[in-house]
Ligand binder design. Structure first.
Ligand code: GLA
Length: 724
């Protein structure tokens, strides 16, 4: 049994972790424990003591030792005397803040209750629902927990059912974790356009550490994921906890160290621009948070998330390894026609590439990035043929075919804007903010979503399209909707986006969608539900990508990283790296190309063909194996990582810093089976114990950015026989 209700104590077990909460004598729901597998409820952790300026609930009479300001709580709300970060702020019609939530019931259900309009991990799983109530407001708050035992993940979400008069939610979080003791570091993933999800680790001190987005999307700047770990935790040891928000819009995640040094970890919607009225008998669903725990460091924590998302979150229309693609963007930007795309496909085919993607520029009067978003009809004049003809010519070559869309945006220079200027988010009588010379459509309005959906379907229905790249190239500002109440706009926008994607995957069950937002500006668990791969970054430089992939690997599966080999000098950094190295780096993801392959030399095409074959032979190990970070490319002279399954290990490494007379790097290989022997392709035999402690020497050659690929196979029975 993964969920146990024993009187007023509720326990959730995964294979290696336990989560406990308890209802106290006043009906408040307290948090007891989250960590390594355990059985007995540690009530002794609820230390009660009279503490100054921490008030006592009325029901506690004169017991000054009871205060919700210091006790660990499951779902802290404003109004109960807890001054720490709260998970719920309710305002009544009269403008009164606060509520008082007491326990009503707890029940175990076979399947998770569907989060209406929101993505979530699989619903087919045992779940716990704890109902709390404010009896004055007639407000029910249901905390929902689901247990994914084999991957050590527990999800949480909250729904609010209003049986009373209209109230407004001013702030709601989906998960709160209180720790009564511990010396912790927080790791967040921060960045900017073309340099996303760079890990940022720091000690948790007094005060509130906060990351958030109010850009309408989860953002390049802060990713909606947090890790809290022992301050001495590393890749292979220490306690580590994570929260991933299954949501793609404005969020807020915080770690607070309170007056006694207790820690609180919180994840949920951002209160910025959010003030959400819930009418009588309406239900509000707060998005899901995935929580995971590892007692053996950060590698294991990441592996839980990788496996959990792959197995229970990501909707995958092309089950297994996706087609190796070539994308036209860095090959030709807006400068292409049907024939040049066909020639790109033909050259790609000769290298065994499997799909060609025609990026931005095939629709409306789109000759540059300042026009035509919103006009989703094929520019046959530019292509020189219809999309149906181009797609069938490409299919005849034996390749799949994909196209680019940016459904959420509108150019002022577009037919759609000329007809429906009100479709764009703009504040009346104010001058608006332009970004990339475009505005954002008001996806909080169903008629706007429907209008774009219809256009996109008209395209997909009249040509044979296997893949679309769904882009979103600006942050939202000017939050005003002509019909949606203003405090609902940012949340309803994301619901509009999800409803579009939901309808799309239902209508085209075989269509592969790659997410994108100027690269990795909306790389989150919410989008991954619909888009099994997301363009990791607009930065295709192999050396920068090592850092971006390193950071992203803490919280997202490698199989989801859209990654391509591009031309040199690199278009973002100007750096020149060897083709081999670009191949090795791009293989740690979906793998593909983004260069004009028609201009490659015969020698380069030969290398590309070999890379395609190499990737195909390792693809399932890369995508399904356990991932180990073997170095930190932000600080070390080499970027190195391994993919390991029961029988094999694949190690990729790239030298970042070149230094004279350096003869080798010794890379310690974690994750190999203890006491086992492994053999490389040259027949060299290694003892796993020695590879772990002394490392594998990577011999340095003269030249920049050398890469290494080492494939090890476990030798069965050798050790037992005493041979090597
Ligand atoms: C964004 C994407 C790029 C490309 C361009 C097209 O920047 O991240 O890959 O598709 O848009 O305009």
């Amino acid at each position: 049994m993964s969920i146990v209700i024993r009187e007023k104590t509720f326990t959730l077990h995964t294979s290696n972790s336990t989560y406990m909460m308890q209802v106290d004598s006043f009906g408040y729901l307290l948090h007891l424990y989250y960590g390594k597998k355990a059985e007995h409820a540690p009530e002794y952790l609820l230390v009660k003591k009279d503490r100054g300026f921490s008030g006592n609930p009325y029901d506690a009479n004169n017991d000054r030792t009871y205060s919700l300001d210091v006790l660990p709580q499951e779902f802290p709300f404003d109004g109960n005397g807890d001054y720490r970060t709260s998970s719920l702020i309710i305002r009544t019609k009269e403008g009164i803040y606060g509520c008082d939530l007491r326990f009503v019931k707890a029940e175990i259900i076979d399947n998770k209750t569907k989060l209406k309009g929101l993505p979530s991990m699989s619903e087919n799983v045992e779940s716990l629902e704890v109902t709390l109530e404010d009896s004055l407001l007639h407000l029910e708050v249901i905390l929902s927990y689901s247990v994914y035992e084999d991957v050590d993940i527990i999800t949480r979400s909250v729904r609010i059912i209003n049986h009373g008069e209209t109230v407004t939610i001013e702030n709601i979080k989906s998960a709160n974790l209180d720790f009564v003791s511990g010396d912790f570091d927080v790791i967040s993933f921060c960045g900017r356009h073309t340099m996303e999800r760079i890990p940022n680790r720091q000690k948790v001190n007094h005060g509130i550490y906060k990351i958030s987005s109010k850009r309408g999307a989860s953002s390049h700047q802060y990713n909606p994921a947090l890790i809290l770990c022992d301050s001495n935790a590393n890749e292979m040891s220490g306690n580590a906890y994570s929260m991933n928000f299954v949501y793609s819009g404005n969020f807020e995640a915080m770690i607070e160290a309170d007056q006694y040094g207790q820690k609180r970890m919180v994840m949920g919607l951002s209160p910025d621009y959010f003030s959400y009225p819930v009418e009588h008998e309406d239900i509000f669903y707060a998005p899901e948070v995935m929580m995971s725990y590892s007692s053996s460091g950060l590698s294991r924590l990441s592996q839980n998330l990788h496996q959990g998302m792959r197995k229970y979150l990501i909707h995958d229309p092309m089950v297994g390894i996706k087609p190796i693609l070539i994308n036209s963007w860095e090959a030709s930007y807006f400068n292409f026609n049907g024939e040049s795309i066909y020639q790109l496909a033909k050259a790609a085919k000769s290298c065994d590439i499997e799909m060609v993607v025609m990026d931005d520029g095939w629709f409306g009067q789109r000759e540059s990035d300042n026009a035509a978003l919103g006009d989703w009809y094929v520019n046959e004049e530019k292509l020189g043929e219809s999309l149906a003809s181009l797609s069938s010519r490409i299919h005849d070559l034996g390749l799949k075919f994909g196209i680019w869309f940016e459904p959420e945006c509108i150019s002022e220079d577009s037919d759609l804007y000329r007809k429906h200027p009100d479709y764009a988010l703009k504040v009346p009588h104010r001058k608006y903010i332009r970004a990339r010379e475009q505005l954002v459509l008001d996806f909080s309005r169903k008629e706007v979503v429907d209008a774009i959906f219809k256009q996109v379907c008209d395209i997909l229905d009249h040509a044979s399209i296997d893949y679309i790249k769904w882009d979103f190239n600006r942050s939202i500002s000017d939050i005003y909707s002509s019909t949606t109440p203003q405090g609902k706009v940012t949340y309803d926008y994301v619901l509009g986006l999800y409803s579009f994607l939901e309808r799309l995957i239902k209508r085209y069950p075989k269509l592969l969608i790659e997410g994108c937002s100027g690269g990795g500006g909306r790389f989150d668990a919410g989008m991954l539900y619909y888009t099994p791969q997301i363009w990791l970054s607009d930065n295709t430089d192999a050396i920068d990508r090592l850092s971006i992939q390193y950071g992203s690997s803490f919280i997202y599966p490698i199989s989801t990283f859209g990654s391509h080999v591009s031309a040199v000098p690199n278009h973002q950094t100007g750096r020149i790296t060897p083709l081999d190295t670009r191949g090795v780096v791009a293989m740690s993801g979906t793998f593909g190309y983004e260069l004009d392959i028609t201009k490659c030399s015969d020698e380069e095409r030969k290398v590309i063909k070999e890379q395609v074959a190499t990737f195909k032979s390792y693809a399932s190990l890369i995508h399904e194996g356990l991932y180990y970070r073997l170095s930190d490319p932000l600080h070390d002279d080499i970027g190195a990582y391994a993919f390991i399954n029961e029988d094999e290990a694949l190690i990729f490494a790239v030298r970042i810093k070149n230094q004279a007379s350096r003869y080798a790097y010794f890379i310690k290989i974690e994750g190999l089976e203890d006491d086992a022997y492994y053999q490389d392709e040259k027949g060299q035999i290694y003892d796993a114990n020695i590879l772990k402690t002394q490392g594998l020497p990577l011999i340095v050659e003269v030249g920049d950015y050398q890469s290494f690929t080492i494939h090890l196979t476990k030798i069965k029975g050798e050790k037992e026989n005493g041979k090597n």
